[in-house]
Design a protein around this ligand. Sequence first.
Ligand code: PEP
Ligand code: MN
Length: 343
Amino acid sequence: MLVVMERAATAEQVQEVVRRVEAMGYQARALTGRQRTAVAILGNEGSVDTGRFADLGGIKACVSISEPYRQVAREWQPENTVVRLPNGVSIGGDEIVVMAGPCSVESERQIVETARRVRAAGATVLRGGAFKPRTSPYSFQGLGEQGLAWLAQARTETGLAIVTEVMDTESVDLVARHADVLQIGARNMQNFSLLRRVGQAGKPVLLKRGYAATVAELLLAAEYVLAEGNEQVILCERGVRGFDGATRFVLDLAAIPLVHRLSHLPIVADPSHGTGIRGKVLPMARAAVAAGADGLLVEVHPTPERALSDGVQSISPEEFVELMRQCRAIADVLGRRIAEPAG
Ligand code: PEP
Ligand code: MN
């Protein structure tokens, strides 16, 4: 539950509420928003007797949070969370942020060339996996630390921010030393120790929806990160498993407006994994922007037919240019714009 304070409530009145909540045996957390403060009540199993606050001043309303998640809920924070990256790009505001790059970092040349080309087309964040969660242990597993170093080099040469996956708690510090955004893959969405650990890493987190996870489970996974004090979370719709193998996954675009209603966190869409088919990435990128996505995560490879992972769903740099052109037009209809690289 939230005790929402009047705009003019004094710090002393907020403290009174905190003391009262603690006296009731619960934890209290004062949340200072742009317009007003609210005191969140944590640790209650059932409903809280709001009559216990009746004699306190400065209270506007007591709002029960209906969903099991709290800090990610729109009720908890009405304003959108805006995640700011070191290169000046913000995710969750008016601008739509396009993150593009190969599934995996394969060589210095491959990642630097891709970075240059996606930047030239208008991407502001470079994606690329150094630690790859592959279904088969015999598939290419990524270049590890060397891949991170080449990503960092591509950042130096282009000014793009870097998003890359961290697969386990042991490598969080290593990946966080290089990455601007820590990606949690679909297969790890409910790896709770990893979620807690990235919650402590001090870097923004891109949390991909598990392909058998509900929207509520995605939000509860994000709650783990926020519960550790890290509010810089970007959600990612990347498709769920359906009955029809005609596409690799079913990109659940309804999740985008749904998440926007339920949560203040930004949500981006991944039309590459969401379809698994190169020729379907562009139309679903357009559709995701039209559905209100705060960004796109797109696999782009200089030679998709030679990619070491996910080549069949990777688009070429030329195709990416066209994707950007069409997505700019869709964004324009919505009164939004695609973030462009500085300078
Ligand atoms: C990826 O982004 O390359 C990836 C492995 O994604 P997901 O975790 O969504 O399958
Ligand atoms: Mn991939």
